[in-house]
Design a protein around this ligand. Structure first.
Ligand code: ATP
Length: 140
């Protein structure tokens, strides 16, 4: 059965998630407040719409309640990220993954009920460091 995803924020991180999920045949609703970003994903995601995710009425109109898993990939605007996450938790979305900008942001996201908080630069740095260590061990 196809799962339904929504990606809010189509920067490098959100855009990459959206491309991968779509390439795997998933139904993806791509949302961004920037028209150019949305146009970029028109032919990639199942639906791509211009919307401000901090507007609860707009999210409801988009049928966000029917989405299984929402990924909030708004980076720089921490206030918008937090407000969007609160709206999604209030609406009872099944799974919410949010990109955190820093440790304080991460703490707040956990408190307000995000199911998964990711910190891409830090998480990838950790993973690469471990890869470097294990490939060095194999080299000896
Ligand atoms: P990356 O490093 O992944 O490129 P970033 O951390 O620089 O991303 P931003 O560029 O701040 O993140 O945000 C990612 C996207 O989120 C942008 O395309 C921006 O237009 C979009 N965005 C920001 N606020 C909102 C909002 N309220 N509603 C919808 N989209 C938003």
């Amino acid at each position: 059965m196809k799962r339904e995803f929504a990606v809010i924020g189509l920067g490098r991180f959100g855009g990459s998630i959206c491309r991968e999920l779509s390439a795997e045949g998933m139904e993806v609703l791509a949302i961004d407040s920037d028209e150019d970003k949305v146009n970029e994903f028109k032919n990639i995601a199942s639906h791509a719409v211009i919307a401000d995710s901090t507007d609860e009425a707009t999210l409801k109109e988009l049928g966000i309640k029917n989405i299984d898993h929402v990924i909030v990939a708004i980076g720089d605007n921490i206030q918008a990220s937090i407000l969007t996450t609160v709206i999604l938790t209030d609406l009872g979305i099944g799974k919410i993954t949010v990109k955190a900008q820093n440790d304080y942001h991460e703490k707040i996201l956990n408190k307000i009920g995000a199911d998964q908080v990711v910190h891409p630069e830090r998480d990838m740095g950790k993973r690469i460091a471990h890869n470097i260590i294990s490939s060095n061990i194999l080299d000896y």
